[in-house]
Design a protein around this ligand. Sequence first.
Ligand code: TLP
Length: 345
Amino acid sequence: MNNYIDLRSDTVTKPTDQMRLAIANADVGDDVFGDDPTVNLLQERVASMFGKDAALFVPSGTMANAVSILAHTRRGDEVIVEKESHTFNYEAAGPAVIGGVQLHPITGEKGILTASQIACAIRPPGDIHLPPTRLICLENTHNRGGGKIYPIEDIRAICETAKANQIKMHLDGARIFNSCVATGLKPRDYGRLFDSIMFCFSKGLGAPIGSIITGSSEFIGHAVRYRKLLGGGMRQVGILAAAALYALDHHIERLEIDHKHAKLLAGALAQINRFSIKPEDVETNIIIFDVTNSGRNAVQIVDILGAKGVLMVPFGEYLVRAVTHLNIDSEQIDAAIRTIQQCFA
Ligand code: TLP
């Protein structure tokens, strides 16, 4: 894929030479014994960034969400999620299969739910017919919402509803730093509102592998057992934690560049009659555009562009997704725009 302009996902980023150096120089130990100094450093650093007691490094975002849901719930509980959320759509029904937990999907607006929608979905306690609502999971930024940022005031209102009903709050913050950079909010601003937060190092932050969960000591105590159950206890994993630490030091502020590139691309797509997209809806690094008026479906559009060296993914029958990231520079964005114009203008 070296000669392609790869906009399929920000997961395709490759570690830079400097990140590989940090990996090579990492001090390591057996992390299942709690002995890996680099993992310990990473976990302490993330917990303190988010104002939490503790954190836990895990292999993937999917495992981070699964472990968090398992640690917050018991079999037969219900978890409120948004209908287009990653957890509901792309995590292989993990919470149901492993945890015996029912996901209760509610349709949001670009992935955003309101407190009143959530209040209506909470099961009244005391009725034996109803599964107890134990957890609310939100996603920020929202992937299928086109990288939409969850407005902090909406999160605050949902948090109050959750507290009033003694329900925990988990954030799938796979791309939380895209949100921090775009809004100026700090990780702690989100840390205050959620019982647990996960984010990924392997997306826009550019590390090859790894995600992390942060929360109370009690929560992380449960999470570490579920990580083991899922086979996610790793040994000399400091080599990966070193990449994650490098990403925290060097790859957060630069996310702004990805957002600028996404806006440029969205602006160019909006000029093409056969596509529809509102550039003002593109708030971070994800662009989703509608190809219904092109007379072709998303797979056909993606194939045409792919044959010209520009890779995107179908994200619905008539929706195409492009994601900007660390390995895409402005020349590649310009080249992608030229290719799109040649094919479809
Ligand atoms: N998202 C991937 C695909 O699975 C769709 C992508 O290319 O965007 N939460 C969110 C919001 C995500 O976008 C993803 C990955 C995950 C969780 C899962 O992370 P991984 O892939 O590390 O399991």
